[in-house]
Design a protein around this ligand. Structure first.
Ligand SMILES: CC(C)(COP(=O)(O)OP(=O)(O)OC[C@H]1O[C@@H](n2cnc3c(N)ncnc32)[C@H](O)[C@@H]1OP(=O)(O)O)[C@@H](O)C(=O)NCCC(=O)NCCS
Length: 220
């Protein structure tokens, strides 16, 4: 499903279960020691997806440790992203000579809990989401906006190593063409080497999920 919204130079692997052969390598065990079973499952299957995707780029099996902000530590020449939600896990990777950074995110195609849209969306985004919910039923546009913003952060962080608040990106979703664009606030990008002013992504919905992906090609 995720491949629908990724270009050919990105290798992805997804699963709708936690297969028994999705196991952590010994070096990764401490990262979820003491975690509840649900967290262990999403983590081990996310790592499994990442290893399968990396194999598609020709990388041998290796531990994938974690940076100080939760970011997966990919091989030096790789950009990648991991996502998991109930019933879905995926990873996507590409060579940095092609892709500077990428972000993928999966969410259930269900309304955000009360108060969350107001917390993650700017006033103009809230107005647009209400319009979309009225005019295009079937997709929970509030959840998709949230997913797009998670993707933005996952793409942004490996480039800038900086936090990014939900109010620092304005997202415009195309309900028909399957794309979205994000404008980053001037104050967020000013003086930050490589920080993108704009990011473009793609989205899809199906099987009870909404998925979003951003791929930032090299050369920007
Ligand atoms: C990190 C975050 C984006 C994860 O998104 P999520 O929808 O909660 O969860 P997902 O399952 O889709 O993704 C989790 C994976 O994201 C990845 N991740 C975590 N921190 C990351 C970071 N700083 N940079 C890149 N990827 C990161 C990890 O691989 C993690 O899975 P793992 O711990 O099993 O390895 C989210 O929890 C968060 O902190 N958001 C706040 C920042 C933000 O979104 N700002 C909005 C900007 S417009």
């Amino acid at each position: 499903m995720i491949e629908r919204i990724l270009p050919g130079r990105v290798v992805a692997y997804e699963t709708f279960t936690d297969p028994p052969d999705a196991v952590l390598l010994p070096e990764e065990e401490p990262l979820v020691r003491g975690a509840v079973p649900a967290r262990r499952d999403e983590f081990r299957t996310g790592r499994h997806c990442a290893r399968r995707a990396l194999a598609g780029l020709g990388f041998a099996e290796r531990p994938l440790l974690r940076g100080s902000k939760g970011d997966p530590l990919w091989p030096e020449t790789v950009a990648g992203s991991i996502t998991h939600c109930a019933g879905y896990r995926a990873a996507a990777v590409a060579l940095t000579e092609d892709i500077v950074s990428l972000g993928i995110d999966a969410e259930p195609n269900q309304a955000l809990p009360g108060g969350v849209l107001e917390a993650v969306a700017l006033p103009e985004e809230q107005v647009r989401i209400e319009e979309l919910l009225r005019g295009h039923p079937g997709v929970r546009w509030d959840r998709l906006l949230f997913s797009a913003k998670e993707c933005i952060y996952k793409t942004w962080y490996p480039i800038t190593r900086r936090p990014l608040g939900f109010e620092e990106a304005t997202v415009d979703i195309d309900p028909v063409g399957g794309g979205f664009t994000a404008r980053l606030a001037d104050r967020s990008v000013r003086g930050v080497p490589g920080a993108p002013r704009e990011l473009t992504g793609r989205w899809t919905a199906g099987d009870g999920l909404v998925l979003a992906a951003i791929v930032r090609p090299a050369g920007h």
